[in-house]
Design a protein around this ligand. Structure first.
Ligand code: ADP
Length: 766
């Protein structure tokens, strides 16, 4: 398949942020008029080879009933009535221990008293009803540092606050009024400064961000600010700016963590521990290192079931927008020359029986807010986008394998098809809202609540798989006790629905495109940016409501309890919560923490890893740290000597470092988290031979945690004893001077050097 062109959907290319060239003369045929695939919701058949996990629709989510994000309130108008059979959804729902029974009450939104809104309900009218938004100050002009104890002159925009469909804040009229410090009126100086947002690095999300800020009437700094801002909005990565305070909309290491290979590894670890819970991710192998394994496993599966005719999809690591992706029928078809060798890739089972709408394959882009890592807080947007292929779907055959417009749903690819339809309606065309699809499914009797419940489960489980790595990056970039921002991030989850409505995770995007316009060729070679209503409807709401959820002043207000949350504080120009639409983001974690906490085993392994990392700012464990971990947890014995510990460390670390993983510290020869997890699993298997893997790992974690707690306890007791003894020494002993008895001095010196060593070891996590 050809490399993708540029596009606006999918991941935002990391460096440029440029997107979206749309070819002239997009066709109008082929979409929106045909019925939903009559085959409807049959159980899919992927073969019998280790893919059974994907077959079974049950995802262990029986307890989640996201009633309010079902289809209530969706507008079915204009949807065709045809042939989708009621869902034959998955058979045995997997119900992990601790999962609550079905019928859990509908989750509430945060803040709890906000009314629920149907998916797809329009965002706040583009034009804010009152007054104008704060001004976007030109670079350099704004930053008049306030004298200590004196308020800065307030800048205000006198222009319009409304967002045209184009939503260009840059086009909004701007005006400013300034007063010298100290000449503010009493009423004005009583005003809160409002939430300040640095949008100078927002890149392609700028337009949607500007509309959101106008709707909230927050203060935008499009060229940055010398004083700190409350929020920094980055288009690409955490490191776009040097930030020491406030909040930034990116986590350090997120881009690395969701790369195709890293995600596949993290999911594999979870699949090893919890095979049934993680069967929503297709079986994957990492190339080139696992090519022999891939060949051997496929051969074995084919031997077992000769009728199995699988298809695989090869995806280069770090690729986006369909770049370099191709389908194969046999492992021998992998292109070993050129790209794969120079570029590692993931080869994955291809889902041959996707749910079709209008005979077309489509995928779902869902927006997920990771609001906090510790404690874990996750929100899901009630609406997302559905991106359609532009050629009717057929199951893969040698003849159609290369047909990109039939098999790949990437917007960036399909926009180049003559069949691509830009629609002003969110219900038709090549890009629609997810709610419009749900509405169609619902009108045909599909259980969309169950579908939402499965999607929520998929999202929570995926984030649980990603958090260990993210925490390692986080402590490295923002060490505890050092000044730094807090982070949140909007992620783009790409999900495919199987015919039986089982959601399958395709990938997670760290930088989902937040563009709300696309390019249109007016005449040959002449392009113009035109608004995309479907993008605007979904993305502006996601950004605005993300901002509302991370609003630093809301926290302050809550803390001081001096204002009602529903009202803007007196003198504030911000819109009160009550005047805004209800949140489009729904909290799912910790809301459902009870059902999913048992999955957080690797998180606990990561906590041990971080504890022994020692040097702040690193992401890799040195040999001494590993030895200290073994010693402190008392894991070595006559059968497992310290020499064997060293060999284990060297073996595993060397292998991981030779894989050429794109890691923050690729030059550091130490042990990365994933290598530590592998070593930990080895130790667990050694120690608890007869148990299943999950129990082995859980038992070893408990043992380590207990031994470390006991050690800490001992040290505390020892520390107290020492202090007491120190207090009972004669005054002459505690006051250095020539009169001190020699023996006491020696005692103090010995003990204090021991204590120093201990404290030093404690600091290094030992
Ligand atoms: P990229 O980041 O390049 O967009 P994706 O993993 O999203 O890579 O894959 C691109 C497209 O290929 C997806 O949008 C989807 O249509 C299709 N695809 C990816 N993986 C699978 C799969 N396992 N089964 C079926 N289709 C897939």
């Amino acid at each position: 398949m050809e490399p993708a062109g540029t596009g606006t959907e999918g991941m935002e290319p990391a460096e440029t942020g440029t997107e979206g060239v749309e070819p002239a003369g997009t066709g109008t045929e082929g979409m929106g008029t045909e019925a939903m695939e009559p085959a409807g919701l049959e159980p899919a058949g992927l073969g019998t080879t280790g893919t059974e996990g994907i077959e079974s629709a049950g995802m262990g989510t029986a307890g989640i009933e996201p009633a309010e994000i079902g289809t209530a309130g969706m507008n079915p108008a204009g949807l065709e009535q045809a042939g989708l059979e009621p869902a034959g959804m998955g058979t045995a729902g997997i119900e992990p221990e601790g999962m609550e029974p079905a019928g859990l009450e509908a989750p509430e939104m945060e803040p709890a008293r906000e009314a629920e809104e149907a998916p797809g309900s329009p965002a706040l009218p583009a034009e804010a009803p009152l007054g104008g938004p704060p001004a976007a100050a030109p670079s350099g002009e704004e930053a008049l540092p306030a004298a200590p104890g004196r308020e800065r002159p307030r800048e205000r925009e006198r222009g319009r606050c409304g967002a045209s469909p184009q939503g260009s804040g840059g086009r909004a009229a701007r005006g400013r009024a300034r007063r010298a410090p100290g000449r503010r009126s009493g009423a004005e100086s009583a005003r809160r400064p409002g939430v300040t947002v640095d949008s100078s690095k927002a890149k392609t999300s700028l337009e949607a961000l500007k509309i959101s800020l106008r709707q909230l009437r927050w203060k935008e700094f499009p060229f940055g600010r010398r004083l700190p801002c409350d929020i920094y909005w980055h288009g690409v990565s955490f490191h776009d700016n040097n930030i020491f305070s406030g909040q930034v909309n990116k986590f350090p290491g997120m881009m690395e963590t969701v790369r195709k290979i890293t995600l596949s590894r993290a999911m594999r670890t979870m699949q090893d521990l919890f095979p049934l819970e993680y069967n929503f991710y297709p079986r994957s192998w990492i190339l080139p290192e696992e090519l022999p394994l891939f060949v051997a496993e496929v051969r074995m599966m084919k031997d077992r079931n000769p009728s199995w005719k699988p298809t695989f999809i090869v995806k280069p690591d770090g690729g986006c927008q369909g770049d370099g992706i191709y389908l194969i029928k046999d492992p021998s078809d992998i292109r070993l020359t050129g790209s794969i060798q120079s570029r590692p890739a993931v080869v994955q089972e291809y889902i041959c029986k996707p749910l079709l709408v209008d005979k077309l394959k489509f995928d779902i882009r869902l927006y997920v807010l990771l609001k906090s890592l510790e404690p874990l807080e996750i929100y899901i947007a009630k609406d997302g986008l559905s991106r359609f292929c532009t050629e009717p779907y057929q199951e893969p055959t040698l003849k159609n394998l290369h047909q990109v417009f039939m098999h790949l749903t990437n917007y960036s690819l399909n926009i180049h098809s003559g069949n691509f339809i830009h629609s002003a309606s969110v219900n038709t065309g090549s890009k629609r809202t997810f709610s419009s699809i749900l509405c169609r499914l619902s009108s045909r009797g599909a259980d969309v609540k169950k579908l939402w419940s499965d999607i929520i489960s998929l999202v929570i489980k995926t984030i649980i798989a990603l958090t260990p790595e993210l925490k390692v990056y986080y402590q490295s970039d923002i060490p505890a006790g050092k000044p730094g921002p807090t982070c949140f991030q909007i992620l783009g989850f790409d999900i495919l629905l199987m015919k039986n409505l089982k959601p399958i995770l395709l990938e997670v995007n760290a930088n989902p495109s937040m563009r709300i316009e696309h390019e249109q060729e007016l005449s040959p070679g002449v392009f113009e940016n035109v608004p995309s209503p479907v993008d605007e409807e979904v993305k502006v709401a996601v950004i605005r409501d993300t901002l509302r959820l991370v609003d630093p002043q809301k926290k302050k207000r809550k803390d001081t309890q001096c204002q009602s949350l529903e009202q803007a504080p007196e003198g504030s120009e911000e819109l009160p919560e009550a005047a805004l639409p209800s949140l489009c983001l729904k909290q799912v974690f910790p809301k459902y923490a009870k059902q999913f906490s048992y999955l957080r085993l690797v998180d606990r392994v990561a906590a041990l890893f971080i504890r022994f990392l020692g040097v702040k700012g690193t992401t890799k464990l040195g040999p001494t740290g590993f030895r200290t971990f073994i010693r402190n947890c008392k894991l070595s014995n006559s059968n497992f000597s310290m020499a064997a510990v060293d060999i284990l460390y060297i073996d595993i670390t060397r292998r991981w470092n030779s894989m050429g993983i794109d890691h923050k510290e690729s030059g550091n020869p130490g042990m990365c988290l994933q290598a530590f997890v592998e070593a930990f699993f080895c130790l667990a298997q050694k120690k608890y031979k007869s148990l299943p893997l999950h129990d082995q790992v859980a038992s070893l974690i408990e043992l380590c945690e207990c031994r470390l707690a006991a050690l800490r306890g001992k040290r505390l007791v020892w520390g107290c004893g020492l202090a007491q003894r120190h207090r009972t020494l004669p005054a002459s002993a505690t006051a250095p001077g020539p009169a001190q008895p020699r023996g006491h001095q020696v005692f103090r010196l010995q003990k204090s050097s021991q204590l120093r060593a201990l404290m030093c070891r404690d600091r290094t996590g030992s």
